[in-house]
Each structure stands twice: as C-alpha cells, then as structure tokens.
Design a protein around this ligand. Structure first.
Ligand code: G3I
Length: 634
C-alpha cells in the first residue's frame, strides 16, 4: 500500500496533469483519474501459490446457480503483494466490498480532493475477475476526515457537502466502472445500541448533529440521483436477531419509506461470536422482518470470532466446528430467504482480518480452507440435490468434547452427555425422519449409544454398530415450527481415553413422503379374482425391503363378510410382531389404511385374518393389493 504521503503526492501529480474538471452540484472538483492495479507502482513479494486444489468447486461457482453472490471485504495492499490473497479471492468470490477505501477519510481526504486510487484498485480487480462491488459507505460516524469533523459547518453547508460527496463518489463508479457497483451502503450504523425495550433511537453523529435526523433521507435521495440503478442499503450491526436495535432500524426505514425515500434493502452485518451467535430461528426472524416489508436483505460483513487472543494460538476442534456451524447457519438463513442474494464476509483469511489475532474467517493464515469453508461449500453442494421439505442439520453448536482426535467431516462425541444440536424449521407436516450419519468405535464389547431428541424429548436411541459412516433413521413427529434436534452420546466407556466415541456428521430431517413400490400380496393359497380369500385365520405374507425406519401407511384393498354381526379383523405383523390392526367393515372392495411403524431393512410382512369363527367361511375376508407408503402421519 502506498503510504499516505506517497499517495497524496501521486494524487497531486495525477490531479494536476490528468485531472478532469468535473462539475458536481455546481462545484468544480478536481478529480483523480481512475487507476487500475497495474497502473500503480507496487512492490510484489513472491508468495506461495494458493493451497486449494484447482479441481475443487469454488463457493462462487456453487453459489451462482442459486442467484447468490458470495463476497468479502478486500484491501488493496494484500491484493498487490500476496498471490494467495489475489488467487483465492478471484477464485472464490463474486462480489467484493472495499473494507476501508470508500470511507470518507480515504476517498475524500480534503474538501476539494477525491482520491479514488485505492478503491479503484479493488474496482479494477472486481471488473477483471467478473465480480460486482458493494460501495461502503456514504454516511457514517467513523473514519471521517478532520476537515469534515473539525469545522462547524452549517446545516446548509453539510447538506451541500453530503450531496457533493455522494454525487462524486457514486458518480465516479457509475462512469468509470459502469454496472460494477450494484449496491451502496448509503447510511451505515445510524442507530445506537440501547437498553430497555423501546426501539433504539438514532445515534448522535456529526451528521445528525449538524443536519438533523433527516440526514438519512437526504443521503438516500442523493444516492438515487447519482445512480438510479444501484440498490440502496441501510447497513448495521447487532440486528441479526429480533430486538430493540432491529426495531429501531426498521422504524427508521419504515418512516423513510413512508416519506418516499428510496431504501431498497437492509444489510445485516453479522459480526458475531461462535458461542453467542443468533439461532437459526433468530436469523430467519430478522431476515423476514426486513423482507416482509418488501425490502431486500443482505449479509454484508460476516465474521465469526472464536475468542482467540494470543497471536500464535491454535484454534481447537471445538472452536473450528462451532465456527463452521455458525457460518453454515447464516448461509442457511440467507438461502431460505428469496430476497437474500448477497452473502459477504468481512475478510476471508485469518491473515487479513480486523479482528486479528482472533481467527474469524473461512481460510486460515496460510490460506488453507477451514472447516467453516467446508461447511459453506457442503451446504451449497447439498443444495444442488436438495428436495423440497428437507432440512439438513450439520451444526455443532457445542459438541462438548474435550481433547481427543480430530475428525474429518463430523463432530466427535467423546464423553458421555456430549451433544450436537441445531434448530430446524419444519414446514408443516407432522411426521419426520431424522437420518443421522454416524460412525463409532467399539469398546468393552459395546458400541456407542446415541440418543436423538427433539425439543428435549427422546425420539429414538441408536446403537452405532459401524466404524464406517452409516445412516441411522429415527422417526419423530412435530408440528410446524422451529424445533431443536439434539444428538447425544450416552455410554462413553472410559478407559483412560475416549475409546467408545461416536462421530456425527450430517443429520438430515426429511419431511417428504417416501413412496415405496406397491406390492401384490403373494399367498400360498389360491388367488381369487381380484384378491386372495383368507379363511379361518389364514394369512398372506411377503418379504419386503423397507427403505427407512418410519411410520408407514399400509394401504390394503379388502372386502369381508360379517357373521353374527361381527366383521373380520385384519392384522399386520412384521417378522411375527403385531404392528397394526383394522376392522374390515365392507362388502365391497375398499382401501383401508393401517398406520404402522416399520424398521429399515428386509422384513416379512404378513396380513392375517384373526377372528374367524368355527363355521367355515362365514366371516371370510378377501384381500387384494397392499401398498406401503412412508408418510407424514396425518
Ligand atoms: O489509516 C491508518 C493507516 O494510515 C495506517 O497505516 C494503519 C496502521 O494500522 O492504520 C490505519 O487506519 C486503520 C484502518 O482500519 C485501516 O487499516 C484504523 O486505525 C482502523 O481503526 C481501521 O479499522 C477499520 C474499522 O472499520 C474502523 O472503524 C477496519 O479495518 C474495518 O474492517 C472496519 O470495518 C467496519 C465497517 O466499515 C462497518 N462495520 C463494522 C466494521 C468492523 O468494525
């Protein structure tokens, strides 16, 4: 990066030799010609290549089919000097935000001087690599130049200054890089953090003090005037969950829109901690609060701090896994909302983050992808084959394990009681199947026992009898709403080590019905037209491969004959165990449904007529087709 003095000198030279005298709002403003990264003198330090294999799909490519742009805040210095930074950004990102370069202190260092040098390097990089750009930011209380903050400008002067700045900065990008800047954070962090329950009010800033609370209106109107095509955002932190600050922001936005002020969206910054992050339900509620008003919502500055304070500290598995879960949760929230099409992280590598020495990013300091990166990639990959009605849980808010081996693609539950959980939003059916991908370690002659709970109610216990990843299905019922699915390891065998641990990977909650192939019952008896007659407690049976453990709707087409006022009773058994029973009260062929629990795997299903009387054939039952359907038990 050019030092301030060098940049000022360059600015002066370029301004005097090649300046364009452009007129903004009646003021003649010396204008620094746009420069590209290659125009600028810079030292290039040879650095190793980026560490991601070229064959693995990038976030950018995976996000594109969903209409989602994945981006990051970038800075020009590492872009010039660090090949891995440049290559990783170019490969993974489809939108960038200048981290500091469009803030007033940098882009407008003196009242009559604009310096687009640093921001233009980023804009050039974005243009060359097929990215778009978010402009950040046009009115903020931080990083303002002394000439602005230290002079007692009148309201009229401040409005003129604000107008000219927005016209110059937005106008520059509209002219020099047409179509590149698709979104502007017009006003940033204007609402204060507050206690109590009322919506938080406006923050007292240089803008509110000298112009008044209507400075937001002016900023948005000036921005629309400068670029009618760009989406105009209000951007803030700590509004990623319902609460008084979000209410304060929405109150401002509502009032502005009622006055006809052009606000297109709200940016949720998402500077969050791995262990204090908003829940999935909170994220969904915050996003919906914005979009239900007809606004766009964007994730604008996501980073997930894990609490590292030492420069050389290594993140634990727990920290990395928890961080990954939070990244994924935010992406889930964005993907679930049709008006969230921008997902921007605030720095993509722990080597370049404003939170250093914390390690809040997707890539580590050596530019290796972290588990958080895998979580986003896997979520985007999952999505390609995702079925409606399916929610994938792959979150470990608190795996609770201590020490013990690292796992790839999962969370190790090493001690009794260790659990992973996540909140899942279920759409409306009442029956679900939680398919838990697990592997375990046999110790002391026993396999790990894992419990699956939904809202703390036991849904099923799994004996993890495989050292390889295998799915275990647990059916449960739940009404529409958000539910907590928890996977707990209950029988650690402590032998000086965590030697009967279980490892949990994805938990897939399926709401879609699994339609099994219809079956004609095979019988040892002679078939009758349209069915088989079951006389004298006779039965028919068939081997059946049940695809998954669940409640099934077993539909039988049957008819019967009453005797002494009593109709036949049909019973269904699985491997000799009674699973369902129904009265057959019809002379005519009818479809009857038995709701029965069936277990995954090959089973003998038998249908028996159990209440025949001694008189032959006086209460006989005819059975035709049997269809078995895994279904939400309505
Ligand atoms: O300008 C000096 C520069 O001359 C010097 O070389 C350098 C040495 O450290 O310091 C420079 O200023 C720093 C600047 O970043 C550029 O690196 C400031 O001291 C430092 O305070 C500033 O921090 C930025 C911060 O905004 C300021 O509030 C962070 O980089 C930037 O990531 C952060 O971004 C904000 C968003 O704009 C709004 N939302 C919150 C987010 C995080 O705070």
């Amino acid at each position: 990066m050019l030092r301030r003095s060098a940049r000022a000198a360059l600015t002066a030279v370029v301004a005097s030799v090649a300046a364009l005298a452009l007129s903004f709002g009646g003021l003649a403003v010396p204008f620094v010609a746009p420069a590209t990264a290659t125009d600028l003198p810079c030292a290039t330090t040879p650095t190793p290549k980026a560490v991601l294999p070229a064959t693995s799909p990038s976030l950018r490519d995976l996000a594109a089919p969903r209409g989602l742009r994945i981006g990051s805040a970038l800075a020009p210095n590492p872009l010039r000097t660090e090949a891995r930074y440049r290559e990783t950004a170019a490969r993974e990102l489809s939108i960038l935000t200048p981290e500091n370069q469009l803030k007033w202190a940098t882009v407008h260092p003196q009242r009559d001087v604009y310096d687009f040098c640093a921001a233009d390097q980023l804009a050039s990089f974005a243009a060359k690599t097929g990215m778009t750009m978010r402009g950040h930011t046009l009115a903020w209380h931080n990083q303002n130049p002394a000439w602005l903050t230290d002079t007692a400008f009148s309201r009229t002067e401040m409005l003129q200054i604000l107008h000219d700045h927005i016209a110059a900065v937005v106008g520059h990008y509209r002219t020099a890089f047409p179509g590149l800047v698709t979104q502007w954070d017009v006003v940033n962090e204007a609402v204060t953090d507050c206690g109590g329950t009322a919506p938080c009010p406006l923050r007292s800033t240089v803008w509110s003090q000298r112009i008044g609370p209507d400075y937001l209106d002016y900023a948005f109107r000036y921005a629309r005037e400068a670029d009618p095509a760009a989406k105009l955002y209000y951007n803030d932190y700590a509004i990623e969950r319902p609460g008084r600050k979000l209410n304060g922001v929405l109150a401002q936005v509502d009032a502005m829109r009622a006055r006809g002020v052009p606000v297109d969206g709200v940016g949720l910054q998402f500077h969050i901690g791995a262990y204090s992050a908003p829940s999935a339900a909170d994220i969904a509620a915050a996003m919906t609060a914005v979009t239900s008003r007809g606004l766009d919502v964007a994730v604008t500055e996501l980073d997930v701090a894990v609490g590292i304070t030492g420069a050389n500290a290594t993140a634990s598995q727990n920290q990395l896994g928890t961080q990954a879960a939070v990244y994924r949760r935010v992406l889930d929230g964005c993907l679930a909302n049709a008006r969230c099409t921008t997902f921007v992280v605030w720095g993509f590598t722990d080597a370049q983050t404003w939170l250093s020495p914390d390690q809040p990013c997707l890539f580590d300091k050596g530019y290796a992808p972290k588990v958080a990166y895998d979580a986003l990639r896997d979520r985007l990959l999952d999505g390609t084959g995702e079925r409606a009605g399916e929610v994938v849980v792959r979150q470990a808010e608190d795996s609770g394990h201590s020490g013990g081996g690292s796992v790839s693609n999962g969370w190790s539950l090493n001690t009794t009681g260790a659990a992973v959980y996540d909140d899942v939003a279920l759409a409306g059916s009442t029956a679900y199947l939680a398919s838990v991908l697990l592997r375990g370690t046999l110790a002391g002659g026993a396999w790990p026992l894992v419990e699956v709970r939904v809202d703390n109610v036991l849904a099923g216990t799994i004996e993890v009898n495989s050292m390889e990843w295998a799915p275990y299905d647990v059916p449960f019922s739940a009404p529409a709403g958000v539910h907590r699915v928890t996977v707990t390891f209950t029988n650690d065998y402590y032998n000086g080590d965590e030697d009967r641990n279980a490892v949990v990977d994805a938990v897939t909650v399926t709401t879609a019905a699994i339609e099994a192939e219809a079956m004609h019952v095979r019988t040892t008896g002679a078939p009758v037209p349209g069915g088989w007659a079951l006389y004298a407690n006779g039965n028919v049976a068939n081997a059946w491969s049940i695809p998954a453990t669940a409640q099934y709707a077993v539909r039988v087409v049957a008819r019967g004959t009453p005797s002494n006022g009593t109709w036949p009773v049909l019973e269904a058994t699985m491997d000799g165990v009674l699973v369902g029973r129904v009265n057959v009260k019809t002379w005519d062929w009818s479809t009857l449904t038995l709701t029965v629990p069936l277990t995954a795997g090959p089973h003998l299903l038998a249908f028996a007529f159990t209440n025949d009387t001694a008189t032959p054939q006086d209460r006989n039952l005819f059975l035709d087709k049997v269809t078995i359907v895994a279904t939400p038990a309505a």
